[in-house]
Each structure stands twice: as C-alpha cells, then as structure tokens.
Design a binder for this molecule. Structure first.
Ligand code: MN
Length: 289
C-alpha cells in the first residue's frame, strides 16, 4: 500500500495515480497540531488497514489535481547513517564509516515533501550537496532489537534526499536546514517493497544521472541499522532512518531539478530554489572554510 499526505494535511491511499482520501474514515483532523496523523496511522495500521483497503474501491482524486506533501511531518526523530557505502567514503576521502562511527540525527523540521522546493541557504561559496538515500520508516516501538528480528519493525520505505552543506561545522547543523530532508512521494508499506537488500537507487540532476547505487552494497544493511539505532534509542512508529548515500554526490544550485528513484519505492522530482538567511556565528556567509 502507498500512503500519501496531500491537500493540506489529508491522508490517502495512492493507487494507479488516484488518491483515495482516508481522512474522514480514520477520523483524522487535518488541521490538528502537532501534525501527527500519519504517525498515529502507522501505530494503528493493523487495525485500520481493512478500512484503507476498502477505500480503494471508491472514487479517487487524480494525483495531478492535488499537491503531495511530506508523508511524515512530525516523527519522534530522524536518524541518519553517515558513510554507509564504501565508494562514498572514498569519494569524500574520509575514514568515517557507519559500522564504526554509528549514527547521527537530522532535525525533524528539515522534512519536506515531494512538491516542495529544496531551499538553499544564502551561503555564497559553500557547496550544498544531494545525497540519494533509502528512508526506512519504523512501524512499531523497537528497543534492543536483534538483526534477526529487525525487519519485523519496519513499516515501510520512501525516497529521501539528505541535503548537506559541506564544511567542518557540526554535521547536524549543516544537514538540518528547513527543506533539507525531502521524503516521498509516498510511504510504501514493507510488504509491497519486499526484500530491501537489493534495491536500485538513482538520482539525476537536470536529467544527468549522478548517482546509481544498490542497497546490496550497504555497509550496515537495513536490519543492522535498526538494531544499532534501537540499542541506543527507543524507536517509535513513524521514526525515519536515512540509510546513507552511494557515491556520486555533488553540488546543487538554484534552478536545478533533482529526481530520485528507488526501485519499488517510487520516484519524485524536486526543484531547487535560492532562499535567504542561514548564516550564523558558526556558518559565516562571508567566509569559506
Ligand atoms: Mn547522508
């Protein structure tokens, strides 16, 4: 099943380019704050699933007639693994590795949707890179989970771009600008994706293929990422894990169009726009480092 958020916080099931609106049948208030409707739906999914499946027999809204929003807006956390493909470590010339250095966090407020632009902070001279990543979405509370049972805790998958300002400042700050974590276009349930250990990932900048990897080359695979994360922090339904990028990262610029595609997970194209602000005492607008 493909779940989407659309049209101002509504939730629906996407099938054959039609969105079947589940908002009323699941008792969702699109205006509610904090906007945790999808997180609640993930938590209650087994109970709600028959209702959602019934909806697909109803009339749907054509995808073109509405706007898709980030499938999950308010997770408890976004965990991200650093160098998790050997060739990406080589291109960055770093010894950092997911299996030796563990994970970091991205601000949840950096999440954005498949039709939101990536807004570049105003940092002249600084490179801002695309990183093409598989997003793992947790389905139920996980704590001290072994690799053998880890996949049972996955709700689904999505495409994720881990946008990054290159530099020496703390990684969490450089990766946490608003709109630096687009996910989408849908949240695809694990049963529909199947085995996550051999998924092709691709990313284009303006129709030029820049990244082409496969999850079979992950240093820490999906089960190991969940196991490691859950050994430290309780994982909650809706939590997102960014799984690291294959080689081929590079700068994005205002006016670019970035397309990410992951086998059986989806494809989305985002625009890149120049924003304002974003410099501070640590990241200086007038300095390169
Ligand atoms: Mn990354």
């Amino acid at each position: 099943m493909k779940l989407v958020r659309f049209g101002g916080g509504r939730i629906g099931v996407l099938e054959d380019r039609l969105i079947h609106d589940a908002t009323i049948s699941i008792g969702l208030e699109p205006e509610a704050w904090p906007p945790v409707g999808m997180v609640q739906l993930i938590k209650d999914f087994n109970a709600v699933r028959p209702k959602l499946e019934g909806l697909t027999k109803s009339l749907g809204v054509p995808l073109e007639q509405t706007t898709l929003e980030t499938p999950i807006l308010w997770p408890n956390k976004v965990i991200a693994y650093p160098v998790n493909y050997v060739e990406h470590g080589q291109e960055r010339n770093v010894t950092l590795r997911a299996d030796r250095d563990g994970f970091f966090l991205k601000a949840s407020s950096s999440l954005s949707g498949p039709q939101d632009p990536i807004m570049l902070p105003d940092l002249p001279g600084r490179e801002i890179h695309h990183e093409c990543e598989l997003a793992i979405v947790i389905g139920r509370t996980a704590r001290h989970v072994s690799t053998a049972e880890a996949l049972d805790f996955v709700f689904g998958y999505s495409c994720l771009i881990d946008v990054t300002v290159r530099g020496k400042e703390d990684r969490v700050m450089r990766k946490s600008y608003d709109s630096f974590c687009p996910i989408g276009p849908a949240l695809v349930t694990a049963d529909e994706v199947g085995d996550p250990s051999a998924l092709d990932l691709k990313l284009w900048v303006n129709d030029e293929l820049r990244q082409h990897g496969n999850t079979r080359d992950l240093i820490l695979d999906v089960a190991n990422m969940i196991s490691m994360a859950s050994s430290v922090a309780t994982l909650y339904p809706g939590d997102i894990i960014a799984s690291g990028t294959p080689a081929g990262v590079g700068p994005i610029r205002s006016g670019d169009r970035i397309t990410i595609e992951i086998e059986r997970v989806g494809r989305m194209t985002l625009s890149v726009e120049q924003g304002v602000g974003g410099d501070n005492l640590a990241i200086r607008k007038d300095a390169t480092r």
